[in-house]
Design a protein around this ligand. Sequence first.
Ligand code: APR
Ligand code: PHB
Length: 393
Amino acid sequence: MRTQVAIIGGGPAGLLLGQLLHKAGIDNVVIERQTGDYVQSRIRAGVLEQVTMDLLARAGVDARARTEGLPHGGIELLFKGARHRIDMRGLTDGKQVTVYGQTEVTRDLMQARSAAGLTTIYCASQVSLHDFDSHRPRVRYEKNGQTHEIECDFIAGCDGYHGVSRASVPASALHVYEKVYPFGWLGVLADVPPVSHELIYANTERGFALCSMRSESRSRYYVQVPTEERVENWSDEAFWNELRSRLDPEARERLVTGPSIEKSIAPLRSFVAEPMRFGSLFLAGDAAHIVPPTGAKGLNLATADVGYLSRALEIFYGDKSASALDRYSDVCLRRVWKAERFSWWFTSLMHRFPESGEFGQKIQEAELDYLVHSHAASTSLAENYVGLPLEVF
Ligand code: APR
Ligand code: PHB
């Protein structure tokens, strides 16, 4: 088989890239190791920056996000028992985020790809990359007991943190930066109405909590737990009691509980691999970087990467110029590191760090008190949360 761009990974990054390239008339194939149902079943975050909404529109897959997504113009910070609203829309000249589950984004992208009759190879095993240090790279994979090879001009490594793409780059060519946090997020999805119409980020002496949602009837909640915690140790009742203990009286009163339809613990890490390009191989999304979910940047960084990459490939095939491709890594990493900083900062501010002791808790509370009463500090939080503008190639 031959294609112009072989995309490894059929998650949000790979699927959005495939759709953007298709819209630009660039032939592509997606190679995914799981089944489509498995990919679609993964529960992930759900806050889309306007940049992401614009890219979904460019790909022709924003209709449901626009009609079913929930526009949010503010968030609330809860500390010392009181909630304080950050008016993001007011502080950023009208910018907002859209609450719309990544599961839904993936479903919309999969349906669009199928409707366009584009080639997606699911259940591909033993995927390997070859000759990406040349202009004639190849991807090999096994399926139904046969080995297949795809000849291409470029390989897009959209296969996530545990994927094969970054792992195929010689260690000497990579510089990796990583920070692992001493806690995780225990998350519950439940078909109960959200406790509030906006997200509540809580800093409490028992640890961080987050009240989010997927719709007016489906809520997503998280509580910080120790790294070694196991989800089997948490009954639904234990989770709801712990969440209640981290809320203010009004939210505690309003909280509607119910059976969890998903419950899991996610570790928190910051990770960046530099550079994001190796000859004909381009890394995008979680394959190149990971952020702690506090700032809701994971999906939005992935979409920005593929927005840049699809534009650079369009320039290459249109003007026969490789200039934008040559700048891809630098342009992406400037945005990645600003999101890494924001996600690290917000995580450091909102979570309990046992080793910091009572002094650390008082410093966090002082910073939060300053933040919610300072126009400059609130504006900084707001402009990072709604998303920084994309650089123009
Ligand atoms: N071969 C083929 N596909 C692979 C391989 C492989 N060797 N390894 C992983 N994959 C697939 C995974 O099954 C997954 O479907 O690559 C896809 C990667 O998708 P994600 O991990 O979702 O990464 P990305 O598309 O970059 O999206 C980033 O997803 O995980 C969240 O928090 C993250 O919101 C962020 C977003
Ligand atoms: C979510 O709804 O899953 C969510 C929202 C905001 C975050 C992280 C996760 O910062």
